[in-house]
Design a protein around this ligand. Structure first.
Ligand code: NDP
Length: 475
């Protein structure tokens, strides 16, 4: 059976970890919205699977929490009849992650659906692991053993973090690869589903005037800034183990850099895009700890300090802010520094702003006859808050009698959607069999190689980055 291609009619989606946070905030809302928009295979059924006993009300809360929250925010109207219809497609199976009997019971449930809904035909199967990464290897093995259907398409969907460093990642990947082929594995990086990140491909490759600018001859430096308006907020258990570099640097930010700085692909095929991203990542040497600054947010007028969150250890030295410089050592970008700054927390006003921008600072005009500011030309890609692309340019000051230039923005705004399943096209790609926006194994490993020296260091080494942590109130 080919692993690629679109799943058109029959699908059973099994959400492992159905009782958890990711299932509630992301997986179920995405499935609901895809279903509502007719983007799921015609006869899709969903099984939620977890160890917890879930009452009908608790399952409803998991399924519709985000839909209801978005309705409260006024993004759409709650449609009770549709929600009831969707609920009718969902079954919940309680089971463990390490017992054969549990997965055999799950198989009986899938087969019951195949008998009732698919006239006894085998369905395609999507297994979505909304689980802590520590359980990926075991659960993916159990699915292969008990719930894999050789006659149809099987897909395994996992979400970052993919390990904590290069070796840990390789261990995880190789253990999953014993049972699953690369074409069957969909590694989600939700940033790749952002409207603006997807729009970068068009910006660069559907126009002739941007590409000639994107190289060392025209770009002096690249800067990326990301601010998240929330801190630990009850998820300190996860975040404290990972920190800012692992949470966003190694994945979301690096993927955005790769898409913006890679060579033009030969086609839009999955592997053409991903191979070009890989080539770019391989050109980035490991970040030197001398080029890194780490911080942790302190308490302030708008909230408590990171360590004051009840889910964070009092003596935590995990970085909630990181800034580093890196370079891309290839013909196109050699000598152009890439500066990244990312952090979270809302305790101070200056942190209370969601922002993600990538700026290409252009060199000054060769013959600066208008004597303009050297750093006034730039191309800015803004993902958050409002997706937009703008050029900062020097233009003739309106109504001036002389030759005075003023800095102006030439702007294009992308109408982003801020509702459940706003990355609809992304999730739909799992059913389409389009892996281009899912991260390939070699990309993940290349990304870890850039950061592993920063996150792994001998405990007694006083120069280790965590000992240089500072407490910040804004940036
Ligand atoms: P949770 O901690 O909420 O875990 C999900 C479910 O997994 C739980 O409800 C629980 O279900 C089960 N579980 C918890 N701990 C364990 C364990 N040690 N071993 C086996 N099962 C366990 O995680 P999230 O839902 O927050 O995240 C799931 C995955 O998605 C993680 O890899 C996370 O890093 C990633 N992620 C999460 C995001 C989010 O917004 N939450 C964002 C981006 C990525 P039960 O006990 O009922 O079986």
């Amino acid at each position: 059976m080919p692993h690629t291609g679109q799943i058109k009619d029959k699908a059973v989606v099994i959400v492992f970890g159905a009782s958890g946070d990711l299932a509630k905030k992301s997986t179920f809302p995405a499935l609901y919205t895809l279903w509502e928009e007719g983007l799921l295979p015609e006869k899709t059924r969903i099984i939620g699977y977890a160890r917890s006993k879930l009452s009908k009300e608790k399952l409803q809360d998991q399924l519709f929490w985000k839909i209801r929250d978005d309705a409260k925010e006024g993004h759409h109207q709650e449609d009770a009849a549709k929600m009831r219809e969707f609920e009718g497609l969902v079954k919940y199976v309680q089971g463990s992650y390490d017992k054969d009997e549990s997965f055999q019971e799950l198989e009986r449930e899938i087969e019951a659906i195949e008998t009732e809904v698919f006239s006894g035909q085998k369905s395609n199967r999507i297994s979505y692991l909304a689980l802590p990464p520590s359980s990926f290897s075991q659960v993916s093995h159990m699915i292969k053993k008990h719930n894999y259907s050789p006659e149809t398409i099987n897909r395994l969907v996992i979400e970052k973090p993919f390990g904590k460093d290069t070796e840990d990642c390789k261990r995880m990947m190789s253990s999953i690869a014993k049972d699953w082929k690369e074409e069957e594995i969909y590694r989600i990086d939700h940033y790749l589903g952002e409207e603006m990140v997807r729009a970068i491909y068009h910006l660069r490759f559907a126009n002739s005037f941007i590409e000639p600018l994107l190289n060392k001859d025209h770009v002096e430096s690249v800067s990326i800034v990301m601010k998240e308006t929330f801190g630990a907020e009850g998820r300190g258990g996860y975040f404290d183990e990972f920190g800012m570099i692992r949470d966003v640097g190694q994945n979301h930010l690096l993927q955005s850099i790769a898409i913006m700085m890679m060579e033009a692909p030969a086609s839009l095929e999955d592997d053409s895009l991903r191979s070009n991203k890989l080539d770019l990542l391989k050109g980035i040497p490991p970040v030197d700890s001398a080029d890194l600054v780490l911080g942790q947010y302190a308490d302030g007028p708008n909230g408590k300090a990171y360590v004051d969150d009840e889910t964070v250890p009092d003596d935590s030295r995990t970085a909630t802010f990181a800034q580093w410089a890196m370079k891309v050592d290839n013909e196109r970008w050699r000598g152009v520094p890439v500066l990244v700054k990312c952090g979270k927390g809302k305790s101070w006003k200056s942190l209370d702003e969601g922002l993600m921008t990538m700026t290409f600072h252009l060199r000054a005009p060769r013959n600066n006859v208008f004597n303009v500011n050297e750093h006034s030309n730039s191309l800015v890609i803004r993902m958050n808050p409002e997706p937009a692309v703008f050029f900062k340019a020097n233009l003739l000051k309106p109504a001036t009698r002389g030759t005075e230039a003023i800095e102006q923005e030439i702007k294009w705004t992308v109408p982003g959607r801020k509702v459940a399943g706003d990355k609809l096209a992304y999730e739909a790609n799992i059913f389409k069999g389009d892996q281009s926006s899912f991260v390939r194994e070699d990309e993940v490993i290349a990304a870890w190689e850039i950061f592993t020296p920063l996150v792994i260091f001998p405990k007694k080494d006083r120069s280790r980055p965590a000992d240089r942590l500072f407490w910040y109130t804004g940036y």
